[in-house]
Ligand binder design. Structure first.
Ligand SMILES: C[S@@+](CC[C@H](N)C(=O)[O-])C[C@H]1O[C@@H](n2cnc3c(N)ncnc32)[C@H](O)[C@@H]1O
Length: 444
């Protein structure tokens, strides 16, 4: 057995290598010597490392790579970056929380007479530090950590241009319609983003194997959806599943194990913002559109009289009658009625307002009636209706802060600066994220 330089590897050296093992993540080669016993992981590292190479070369020229740095998180014995070290990177760094794994790589490279310019450091995904790399690889790590969102946030912070994530995954068959119903995906975000959800499974894991968690803990195995959502919320773009679960299984596990895996390459515009920074934009858009939507008098006045004032003699036109009926229905029937409301109202914000009448109807209907009065210039009456909400015990939170805002705006029209400010402050106290009229804020 000869190494690439023609020399022989000795029995003592093999004993040393065995003492440093297991070399179970990848196979190190030199001449006709191969060090590695991947067992159940056979072919995995070679497969995804070739995808990393392809993903990098598809996005960047060799000239660009000359100026780039690359980080491999949880690099184990460092095989991945060693394999990529023929690319002309300016800086290559692998971090790994187990000193033993770093030493394992050092030993095999020394004995097989392999060299590279990679810097291997002790470290983990939870504390990467402030250094930023053009490309970040995170392979085989996410399903060994306690928090995937926090781990990926650190990846994001350490990444300038591209990330490559390889992870074990749970099947998407668990992401069902029933699950979506059960977790109630009603957040504001879903007005602006695709209706998407993911899952993670938890299991115990000790630090016994040198490829597992850093300490005994509960780890999370994500679904593909969960990984994609995490990358998307962090501002990654062009999220490209370069090996989906089926491809990965066929290429690597070949049905020998029940595992699924995924490889994702994604890019980052250096100026990209994390999704959370979009939150205020969404709130502004949502609240401004709700405020600008004024319901027709012919529809809302009878509903107001009937539901809020309790005037049972009110003559309810069909559209108003449907709303009144909707409010009396059991939850299962109300869901069916929502479709009818949508066909009667059409405008998306109008539908949102009417469908939401279901909870705290009196306050929400009064708010809409107050809004109508304000739009008609009947400011005194509007103030009276809106204050019936804002000064009511246990009033509906949303109706309260919206009333505070409308009251403030009415006082602004009436040039009552003190009252404008008071109600604006009450609005912001009630909901710090409410987009109060910025102009009014500047004026006062
Ligand atoms: C399954 S191995 C994968 C090794 C290599 N990246 C690969 O894909 O072949 C997982 C590696 O992640 C390391 N690891 C475990 N917990 C980690 C953490 N919190 N941060 C960084 N690496 C971690 C382990 O020590 C181990 O080397």
């Amino acid at each position: 057995m000869r190494l690439h330089d023609g020399s022989e590897i000795t029995a003592e050296q093999i004993e040393e290598l065995n003492a440093h093992g297991p070399y179970s993540m990848a196979v190190w080669k030199s001449g006709d010597v191969a060090i590695g016993n991947e067992e159940g992981l056979q072919g995995r590292s070679a497969y995804f490392t070739s995808l990393i190479r392809q993903s990098i070369l598809a996005r960047f020229s060799l000239d660009e790579i000359k100026g780039f740095s690359i980080l491999d998180i949880g690099c184990n014995d460092g095989w991945v970056l060693h394999t990529l070290s023929d690319l002309p990177f300016k800086k290559m760094v692998g971090i790994e929380p187990r000193e033993k794994n770093i030493a394992k790589g050092r030993k095999v490279r020394e004995l097989l007479k392999l060299t590279n310019s990679v810097e291997y450091r002790l470290g983990d995904i939870e504390s990467i530090g402030d250094e930023v790399f053009d490309i970040v690889i995170c392979a085989g790590v996410l399903y060994h950590v306690e928090s995937i969102p926090l781990a990926l946030r650190n990846v994001r912070n350490a990444c300038r241009r591209m990330v490559f994530v390889e992870s074990r995954c749970i099947s998407s068959k668990y992401v069902t319609r029933d699950l979506m119903d059960e977790i109630e995906m009603r957040d504001l975000v879903y007005r602006f983003k695709e209706r998407q959800c993911g899952i993670t499974a938890q299991k115990f894991e000790s630090a016994y194997h040198d490829g597992s968690a850093r300490h005994a803990t509960i780890v999370n195995i994500p679904s593909a959806e969960s990984l994609i959502m995490n990358l998307s919320i962090l501002g990654f773009e062009g999220i490209d599943v370069v090996a989906d679960l089926d491809t990965y299984r066929e290429s690597v596990w070949q049905d020998k194990r029940p595992l699924s895996g995924i490889c994702i390459a994604a890019t980052l515009d250096p100026a990209a913002k994390m999704m959370e920074s979009e939150e205020q934009t969404w709130i502004d858009e949502y609240e401004s559109n709700l405020e600008a939507t004024v319901l027709d008098r012919a529809y809302i006045e009878p509903v107001y009289r009937y539901i809020v004032l309790g005037d049972m003699a009110t003559n309810l036109p069909p559209k108003s009658g449907t709303t009144a009926e909707y409010l009396t229905l059991a939850a299962s029937k109300a869901d069916e009625m929502k479709a009818k409301l949508a066909s009667l109202h059409q405008d998306k914000y109008e539908i949102e307002i009417v469908q939401n009448f279901r909870y705290s109807p009196r306050d929400k209907i009064a708010l809409e009636y107050g809004k109508l009065l304000k739009s008609e210039g009947r400011l005194g009456e509007a103030l009276e209706v809106l204050k019936s909400i804002s000064s009511k015990l246990n009033a509906d939170w949303r109706s309260v802060y919206r009333s505070f805002h409308l009251i403030s705006e009415i006082y602004r029209e009436q040039q009552n600066v003190a009252a404008t400010n008071r109600y604006r402050d009450l609005c912001l106290k009630c909901n710090q994220k409410y987009p109060v009229n910025r102009r009014a804020q500047a004026e006062t």
